[in-house]
Design a protein around this ligand. Structure first.
Ligand SMILES: [Fe+2]
Length: 275
């Protein structure tokens, strides 16, 4: 099921079996922009269903975010016993793929984003199946009650209403994964992927699992988030996908406060590693 955030942003919610990221969908006039591609059949069907150009931003290299852009074998970790798509599925066609440094090992066709990349387009709400956007021509408000800015058709047909669409892809400091990217849409929404989460350290024999934050990365992430104008964070795998940025910052700061002098990592307690 596709959930709508506003008249030009939607998403496919994350899943747990198989583990799959949220898939952000931004409808533009020139292209449809995706943030991650997920790993469920629903995600694949959606990718096949898209008409026109598609540009994809990948938050980080983990399989639940990249699955449908990589090749898999039947029975491989993450595939379900009844999956029949593994060897035969058609590669997803896209115009451009943006990745963070390090992700090229998994997605060699991607363009590595080392500093901010800005893409300009116009929103294309008419591509949404559900046209009940709450917008009436000339009223100039979106479903959130915010004022709309930018180009506006004069025909009075709500399907033709469009506004400037600004997408900014930035490297995002993260304890969870190297080479994480975030996507900022119209200086309002920040797709964060898993970048606010800790790093999980796999269990060694005779040891317990543990999870940690990197003090320096955490500080850089908090400072960067504070410097960004957008106020809504979209955090993958969270039940409430859209969260106020101030809440996200507060959570990160509460972890940062636990740092100890001279130590570069903050080790989380057992069962605490939910980010
Ligand atoms: Fe991840």
């Amino acid at each position: 099921m596709i959930e709508k955030i506003n008249e030009y942003i939607s998403y496919i919610p994350a899943a747990e079996v198989p583990i799959s990221s949220d898939v952000g969908i931004i409808y533009g006039k020139n292209s449809t922009y995706l943030f991650d591609v997920g790993s469920t059949e629903e995600c694949l069907k959606f990718l096949y269903s898209l008409k026109g150009k598609m540009q994809i931003v990948i938050s980080h290299f983990h399989g639940d975010h990249t699955w449908w852009l990589t090749r898999h074998r039947a029975g491989e970790d993450g595939m379900l016993p009844n999956d029949t798509l593994s060897l035969t599925y058609e590669p997803v066609k896209y115009e451009k793929l943006y990745i963070g440094k390090g992700t090229e090992k998994y997605l060699p066709d991607g363009e590595i984003v080392r500093e901010s990349v800005i893409i300009w387009d116009e929103t294309a709400p008419s591509k949404l199946e559900d046209q009940e956007t709450g917008i009436e021509a000339g009223k100039g408000r979106n479903a959130d009650g915010d004022n709309l800015t930018g180009a506006r058709a004069s025909s009075g047909d709500s399907k033709n209403i469009s506004q400037a669409l600004k997408l900014e892809i930035i490297p995002m400091p993260s304890s969870h994964s190297k080479g994480s990217l975030a996507l900022i849409v119209n200086d309002e929404y920040i797709f964060m992927g898993d970048s606010t989460y800790c790093r999980y350290i796999p269990k060694k024999q005779g040891e317990e699992d543990y999870a940690e934050y990197n003090v320096q990365k955490l500080k850089e992430q908090i400072d960067l988030l504070k410097s960004i104008k957008a106020e809504k964070c979209l955090v993958s795998h969270e039940k409430r996908f859209v969260r106020p940025k101030k809440v996200v910052i507060r959570q990160l700061e509460s972890i940062y406060e636990r740092r100890k002098p001279g130590e570069n990592i903050i080790v989380l307690n057992k069962n605490e590693g939910e980010g």
